[in-house]
Ligand binder design. Structure first.
Ligand SMILES: Cc1cc2nc3c(=O)[nH]c(=O)nc-3n(C[C@H](O)[C@H](O)[C@H](O)COP(=O)(O)OP(=O)(O)OC[C@H]3O[C@@H](n4cnc5c(N)ncnc54)[C@H](O)[C@@H]3O)c2cc1C
Length: 377
């Protein structure tokens, strides 16, 4: 790790984004904030300078998302568009794909969603069945996806499909850029109990015909390319969760300082103060692991980053759920009013425990990969 955890540049970025977030607050207009953040260079801070980005890494991008979340206005599509799709295209795309997509992803004028989850595969992504078959120079895709965020506002979706290996006949993962309105690509909005500007969709790919250059990178290096995108996704989900947890905790602390029902403010009672202190400690610890994961990833250590990103996502998801729960409790009845806006975070916080990889799948990963324990499945 670097001698100081956060450089002066990082601190300056953090406070500038926090100021932007403060101007928008909890009832933000996503489009307005997206374009303002983009103009200030925050959305493409991780993308290469040669293609209009800021030349930084996931460390910088996670600071942006965490601070927007801490101000109550997280931008979910940052996890997907610049972090997963931008990274995969920057690392593995052809020169044309980089020129076509990266400047727009960096300046926020274009957005890309990401679709891997399937109804019959769920956490077991080895079972995904969206297949891509060659037809002359074209690719033809068929399959279904579920819970894919922001497909309606994205210009395209990076779809994880499978192609047949010519030598072994086995299916291997491959990534395709699927434009929003291409024929045969249909979406149905899922009615989620989530109060968020970004929506989730079930997708159907019915003989979707794509040109040869829709395939990102190398047909034979699909898995490697996929993991290059999944580690930033986990780090950014950690940032999302830490930001939300900080937001909820700050509201609870403000309230506990003032609200007096006996002789002293409720924050003087340890039954209220200690769980808030614990929530703060858990969020700080999760951030430390997130910083480690981002540092390793940006330093090019994909393997080390993989373990750290999983642990960071786990720790942040748990810290967020606990912080939100304790914040709601601290406000008593007000915790459940719309006016104070915390109750809806109970559902929102759970997302970071489930997606993009569930708490149990991370515990499985650490059990098998880190501790070398046998597998049950
Ligand atoms: C708001 C939201 C946004 C999303 N956005 C996207 C997106 O943009 N793109 C995308 O591709 N996906 C997206 N997802 C999907 C998300 O990644 C999946 O929901 C997640 O991977 C879990 O898959 P599942 O829902 O099928 O659950 P399942 O895989 O069915 O799991 C159900 C439960 O069983 C547990 N479980 C499963 N297997 C095991 C095991 N071996 N050991 C122990 N426990 C196990 C899980 O931990 C979980 O608790 C989103 C989901 C949500 C909720």
């Amino acid at each position: 790790m670097p001698p100081t955890l956060e450089s002066e540049e990082h601190k300056a970025l953090r406070s500038a984004v926090a100021a932007l977030g403060k101007r928008h607050g909890r009832t933000f207009d996503r489009e307005q904030l997206w374009s303002e953040a983009a103009k200030l260079g925050y959305l493409g801070v991780n993308l290469p300078e040669a293609y209009g980005g800021g030349g930084g890494g996931i460390a910088e991008l996670s600071i942006v998302l965490e601070e927007l979340g801490a101000a109550g206005c997280p931008l979910l599509m940052m996890i997907v568009s610049p972090a997963i799709c931008g990274t995969v295209i920057a690392r593995f795309g052809t020169e044309e794909q980089k020129r076509e997509w990266l400047p727009g992803l960096a300046d926020g004028t274009r957005t890309m969603a990401f679709g891997i989850t399937e109804p019959d595969a769920g956490s077991n992504s080895h079972r995904i069945m969206t297949t891509a078959r060659k037809d002359g120079a074209d690719w033809v895709l068929n399959g279904r996806k579920v819970f894919i965020s922001g497909v309606d506002i994205a210009d395209a979706t990076l779809i994880v499909g499978r192609t047949e290996d010519a030598r072994t006949g086995r299916l291997k993962p491959c990534l395709f850029i699927v434009p929003r309105d291409v024929e045969g690509f249909q979406r149905r909005r899922i009615d989620m109990e989530l109060q968020a500007p970004e929506k989730q969709f079930e997708l159907t790919l019915d003989d979707v015909r794509l040109p040869a250059d829709a395939l990102v990178g190398d047909e034979d290096a699909g898995l490697l390319q996929l993991f290059a995108g999944l580690n930033p996704e986990r780090i950014m989900t950690a940032a999302f969760a830490i930001g939300m947890g900080r937001y909820a905790l700050a509201r609870a602390v403000e309230y506990a300082r003032d609200r007096t029902v006996w002789k002293t403010p409720i924050g003087a009672h340890q039954a209220i103060a200690h769980p808030l202190a614990q929530a703060h400690i858990d969020l700080e610890l999760a951030r430390l692991m997130m910083q480690k994961a981002a540092y390793l990833y940006d330093a090019g250590d994909d393997v080390g980053a993989g373990e750290a990103a999983n642990m960071a996502k786990y720790a942040a998801g748990e810290a967020c759920v606990k912080a939100v729960d304790q914040a709601v409790h601290t406000l008593g009845g007000n915790g459940l009013t719309r006016e104070f806006g915390l109750a809806s975070l109970i559902t929102a916080a759970r997302v970071s425990r489930i997606a993009p990889v569930s708490r149990e799948m991370i515990l499985n990963y650490v059990s098998h990969q880190t501790l070398g324990l046998p597998k049950s499945y």
